[in-house]
Design a protein around this ligand. Structure first.
Ligand code: BGC
Length: 555
């Protein structure tokens, strides 16, 4: 499929171009899960035009950039992470013209735009896979084991459940670490490298400011595709190097892409970035993805998975900062995304903890990613009927939450919440509530592809706007302060003394306290409260930190 722009013209420039310290080092980037953000045409599925119309909301929220999840031509076997044409927009989401207009509109507002790139696998509808000759060279086909090749070539399991191999009519097998509709590419073939570099240039020419690299730890497989010899592989993902994940060979690809991104940006006086979605067993191994000649950022999933306990949080923060500092990179914090249980639910079903965790994250040095709807304090939806489920893992008996990484904080999550509803990912993908008392809450003129809860009227953007106690206004205030306090993003951090269960640290211009206990804790007031996730009181120089709260103090 070839799509053309009706009025091709030079790509719009990103705001604040040029090499400098790096806009991405302290950027707050908002993840737009396109199909659930805003629907302009009433089909119940969010689209690019809907996203464009809501950009002023994101500007007003105070983020620096948006990351758009895949909107490319796709049969949607895995929410668009099964791409059939990397240069075309799926009609569900609009046209290439809509993508162009969205990028321009974002830049006009001073927002940068990052798009997803999916290099580990394509859709089985991709023209390469459809052509048996090309497929054999560009994907991973192997003969089966057993007398007549009736057994898979090795014991690898799909992240979504079941074997990672499917047998073709011709009798051989192809590898798919995810769904059978997502065959893994053969990155030993130089044509695959060339194609992905060309795809990147295509989107860079349209003006994007970077790429979120899907499964950035997956493209290279261990030579000989050795057995793992362990039957519960989902639990090993992110816990150890596997023959299909976090192989050292992936770094050569990232180095090549960094050269491409730097070369492209330098020629145009802008900085374009790559952010790795990589599940690595340790902070040190994750830091390898952000060495100076590799990608710019890598999501810190160890922080995302940390339990709500002061010691655990402190050690994950220390380990992350030390590891990234050792390679001169900032840390990239994240609490929620479209693959994991929303942090309101994950952290024990507690909005208070979620608000505190967010303020903690935004006080840490580095960049942060926000997932749409977390600024509304949305919980995971855990009562979706089977007939509306779309997560491919639901149909394969896998365990898709943490699909690409280890499980979540099972200890503090309520029953069923640790892995989403029965372990699947639809519950964090329910369309956003914008306004009104009834579904679809302003999501669009039609319905919504997943049903929204009947009690979300109080959580809409409209309901929360202007209410100083709302989660939306808390996010707005935090992002505004982050902009006003120089050095907060990328400056130094030092721990300060604090009672058990409490974290305290200083940053340029503030001191942050986090009370992870479920009850108030008193301590000498460290300064004047600037912002707090829960009402904090100061009496006679003693501060009472509410349970499960975070406070930023002016010092
Ligand atoms: C994406 C998932 C997707 C998987 C396979 C992950 O990184 O975030 O949503 O299912 O890759 O592409």
């Amino acid at each position: 499929m070839t799509q053309e722009l009706t009025s091709p013209s030079p790509a719009p420039q990103a705001p604040g171009t040029g090499r400098g310290p790096g806009w991405w080092r302290d950027a707050v980037i908002y993840q737009v899960y396109v199909r659930s953000f805003a629907d302009s045409d009433g089909d119940g599925i969010g689209d690019l035009r809907g996203a464009r119309e809501r950009l002023p909301y994101l500007k007003d929220l105070g983020v620096d950039a948006v990351w758009l999840t895949p909107f490319y031509a796709s049969p949607q076997a895995d929410g668009g992470y099964d791409v059939a044409d990397y240069r075309a927009v799926d009609p569900l989401f609009g046209t290439l013209q809509d993508a162009d207009e969205l990028i321009r509109a974002a830049h006009d507002l001073g927002l940068r735009v990052i798009v997803d790139i999916v290099p580990n696998h394509t859709s089985d509808r991709h023209p390469w896979f459809q052509d048996p000759e090309l497929a054999r060279q560009r994907y991973l086909f192997r003969p089966g084991k057993g007398e007549s090749g009736e057994l898979p070539p090795n014991d690898w399991e799909s992240v979504f459940g079941g074997p990672a191999w499917t047998r073709t009519d011709r009798g051989d097998w192809y590898l798919h670490l995810f769904a059978p509709e997502q065959p893994d590419l053969n990155w030993d073939n130089p044509e695959v490298h060339a194609e992905f570099e060309a795809i990147m240039r295509f989107w860079l020419d349209l003006g994007v400011d970077g790429f979120r690299v899907d499964v950035a730890h997956g493209m290279i497989k261990a030579p000989g595709l050795p057995d793992i010899g362990h039957g519960a592989q989902a639990q090993l993902i992110g816990a150890q190097v596997l023959p299909f994940f976090d192989q050292d060979g992936v770094h050569a690809i990232h180095r090549a892409w960094r050269r491409l991104l730097d070369g492209y940006g330098d020629a145009r006086g802008k900085q374009v970035i790559g952010v790795a979605e990589a599940w690595a067993p340790t902070a040190e191994r994750l830091a390898l993805y952000v060495r100076p000649d590799e990608l710019h950022q890598a999501f810190n999933f160890q922080f995302l998975n940390a339990p709500w306990q002061s010691d655990a949080l402190r050690s994950v923060i220390d380990a992350s900062l030390a590891a990234t500092a050792s390679v001169g990179a900032p840390t990239t914090w994240v609490l929620s995304n479209h693959d994991v249980v929303r942090h309101t639910t994950r952290l024990g079903g507690s909005l208070a903890r979620a608000r505190a965790a967010t303020l903690l994250m935004l006080a840490l040095p580095g960049s942060a990613y926000l997932y749409q709807g977390e600024e509304l304090g949305l919980p995971e939806v855990t009562d979706l009927p089977d007939e509306v489920r779309q997560d491919p893992a639901f149909f394969r008996g896998g365990r898709a939450t943490g699909a690409v990484g280890p499980g979540t904080d099972t200890e503090s999550a309520p029953d069923g919440a640790a892995g989403g509803q029965d372990g699947f990912r639809d519950g964090c993908r329910v369309p956003l509530p914008w306004s009104g008392e009834l579904p679809p809450y302003g999501f669009g003129p039609g319905g919504s592809w997943l049903p929204q809860p009947a009690d979300w009227g109080g959580l809409t953007v409209a309901a929360q706007t202007g209410d100083p106690a709302s989660t939306l206004e808390l996010y707005r205030a935090a992002l505004e302060l982050r902009r006003r306090l120089p050095g907060l993003g990328d400056g130094p951090m030092s721990w300060a003394p604090a009672p058990d269960g409490v974290l305290a640290f200083t940053r340029p211009g503030l001191l942050c306290t986090v009370n992870t206990l479920g009850h108030d804790v008193g301590l000498p007031a460290p300064g004047t409260p600037l912002l707090s996730s829960a009402p904090v009181t100061v009496d006679d120089a003693t501060a009472q930190l509410p349970g499960d709260s975070c406070t930023w103090w002016a010092i």
